[in-house]
Structures are given as C-alpha cells and as structure tokens.
Design a protein around this ligand. Structure first.
Ligand SMILES: Cc1ncc(COP(=O)(O)O)c(C=O)c1O
Length: 120
C-alpha cells in the first residue's frame, strides 16, 4: 500500500483498475485487510476504483472476501461483472454496480455511444 500511495502521489491517476478476487491469470485474492487498506487509500485520495469481478461466484472451496463494492462507504467503487462465466460463454452480457450518480453518467455516455438506454 505504501508503494501504491507513492504512485498515487506521483502520477495522480484518474482511477484504479483491479481484479481483486481470483485474479486472472494468478488466481490470487486480495485479503480483507488489504481490501480495507485499499479503500482507505482511495477515500483519502478520492480515487475511483474499477473492480473487475468476473470470478467471485466461481469459488467452490470457501467464499471469497466481500467485494470492494460492498465494503466501500465512500461510493468510489464501480464493480463490473459478467454472466459469461456463470451462465454461458457466448452470452456477452455484463453488469455494473456503482453509486447512482456514476451509473447516471455512464448511462448517458452509453446512450450517446449506441443510442440505447442502458439503465435498469
Ligand atoms: C479479469 C477479467 N475481466 C473481464 C473478463 C471479461 O469477461 P467476458 O468478456 O467473458 O464477459 C475476463 C474474461 O476472461 C477476465 O478474465
């Protein structure tokens, strides 16, 4: 986390992308302590996090820690998932969970891109 904080200070990124649960390709999962530290850091720097989460429903030994999205008290996490790992590989259907204001913005962007209402 110290190294990450140094990078945040140096580069001031617009957002952080992470695949914290059963990461592809390593299969590693971020422990809950590290999840909380990451969220504290994000809150301190007002850093949005994109949580790419296609695999959390595939664990069979024990459930993974809660999603960053579920631990986030600051509405900074955008969680994205897919049905292609659980329903059918060819489905090409995904989903997104975020605060209302972020979903509204993204729905507007999508609407401008493909002339289709995206919010449900
Ligand atoms: C980390 C990660 N994110 C997202 C995806 C996208 O999944 P899909 O395009 O099958 O919905 C994959 C697929 O392999 C992945 O490994």
């Amino acid at each position: 986390m110290e190294e990450l904080e140094d990078l945040l200070v140096r580069y001031r990124p617009k957002f952080l992308y992470t695949n914290p649960t059963f990461q592809n390709p390593t299969g590693r999962t971020l422990a809950i302590v590290a999840r909380r530290e990451l969220l504290d850091l994000a809150a301190r720097y007002r850093l949005p996090i994109v949580e790419d989460d296609p695999y959390s429903e595939l664990g069979w030994q024990r459930p993974p820690p809660p999603a960053l999205f579920d631990l986030d008290d600051h509405h900074l996490v955008i969680r994205i998932g897919t049905f292609s790992k659980t329903l059918a590989g060819g489905l090409r259907l995904g989903w997104l969970a975020a605060s209302d204001s972020i979903v509204d913005q993204l729905a507007l962007i999508k609407q401008r891109t493909d002339v289709c209402r995206a919010r449900c």
